[in-house]
Design a binder for this molecule. Structure first.
Ligand SMILES: Nc1nc2c(ncn2[C@@H]2O[C@H](COP(=O)(O)OP(=O)(O)O)[C@@H](O)[C@H]2O)c(=O)[nH]1
Ligand SMILES: [Mg+2]
Ligand SMILES: [Zn+2]
Length: 326
């Protein structure tokens, strides 16, 4: 019996079956969870909880669009990564790791209490600038009024640099928090960052009411039963008329936000307040670390560049130049 690709069924032992299968099962989806070299990929129709790459080195990130070959019910091999708009890395002195892909906004959650780390905040902003990714700061727990003014004062620097600072209280004013945060997140993919204690999990649960349950389900497969929270996870923000109106990537490990993979040029360009001064140093290849007649250091001395921002620049430049990332 002759058959063609449309009528051929896997139960018929026909030579075309295998071909039909490959054509049928080249699926396109989005990576919604990443744990080590295990990924969960969601296609329009299905969720493939157990996907992996064949290569030795895996460069797939949460948020990536990928093509997969189905190999079993919920298992797939990732065969290719569809072009990315952007890819965020983090690194230590020895290697860089992919972190999240296809982002449209970085949202950094800080709080009135406990005190937040300005070093981490600054690093996140530099990472965003290096990708030309818009960044916004969320100040949570504004109900804790005794520490509110201090937090506002610390954040005024970033407001002056042009970053949006959204004040919210997940506990005291959840509806208002949604009204404030959903519009900028709409239609894109927002990376949610925050050091622990800032209320990131509380905010995520407000944005995605079943986030914790969904995480548990996927974690069980990715970690074969172990409950850990080391994954990056992508969630649909809201579904309207069957269409998602945006997504959020939640990612742990913010405590060690290494940017040693950035080059000195990328670092200096990631400071918006340096922009008008770059190119005005005495030496064309000035590193702004102590050279005479350095426009950046003159800016620090006359107060137009904040000392804490310059200090961050120096730390990042030193880390970058002592790193041995291949
Ligand atoms: N007062 C106050 N506490 C909050 C608010 N949001 C979160 N918290 C509390 O802050 C602590 C840390 O919250 P959590 O969501 O676990 O923070 P995460 O470590 O960033 O994920 C918890 O005790 C929360 O109940 C808020 O808007 N106001
Ligand atoms: Mg948490
Ligand atoms: Zn200089």
């Amino acid at each position: 019996m002759r058959c063609d690709l449309r009528t051929c069924r896997p139960s018929f032992s026909c030579g075309l079956t295998i071909l039909a299968k490959t054509i049928d099962q080249k699926l396109r989806g989005r990576v919604i969870a990443a744990h080590g070299r295990n990924y969960a990929v969601r296609t329009d129709a299905d969720l493939y909880l157990s996907c992996f790459t064949r290569g030795k080195k895996s460069e797939v990130a949460c948020g990536d669009l990928v093509e997969i070959d189905q190999i079993a019910n919920d298992q797939g091999v990732i065969t290719s990564i569809v072009d990315r708009n952007n890819l965020l890395y983090r690194s230590d002195a020895y290697r860089k790791k992919v972190w999240a892909a296809n982002l449209s906004l970085m949202m950094i959650v800080v709080a009135t209490e406990p005190s937040f780390s300005e070093d981490l905040l600054g690093r996140a902003l530099v990472a965003a600038e290096a990708l030309e990714l818009p960044a916004a700061i969320v100040l949570n727990k504004v109900d804790l009024t005794t520490s509110l003014e201090l937090a506002r004062t610390r954040l005024s620097l970033y407001k002056n640099l042009g970053y949006a600072v959204h004040e919210i209280s997940v506990h005291a004013a959840p509806e208002q928090a949604l009204e404030t945060l959903l519009p900028p997140m709409q239609d894109g993919t927002t990376l949610l960052l925050g050091q622990s204690g800032m209320g990131k999990s509380s905010l995520l649960n407000l944005l995605i009411p079943d986030a914790l349950a969904a995480t548990r389900e996927i974690s069980e497969v990715l970690h074969s039963g172990k409950h850990t929270t080391t994954d990056s996870r992508l969630y649909d923000l809201r579904v309207q008329d069957g269409q998602s109106i945006g997504s959020v990537i939640d990612t742990p490990g913010f405590q060690e936000f290494g940017l040693a993979h950035l080059t000195p040029g990328e670092i200096e360009r990631a400071f918006p307040e340096f922009k008008t001064r770059l190119g005005h140093c005495r030496f064309y290849n000035c590193l702004h670390l102590g050279e005479p007649d350095c426009a950046i250091r003159i800016g620090v001395e006359d107060g137009s560049i904040e000392k804490r921002r310059y200090d961050l620049f120096v730390s990042l430049t030193r880390e970058s130049s002592s790193a041995v990332i291949p």
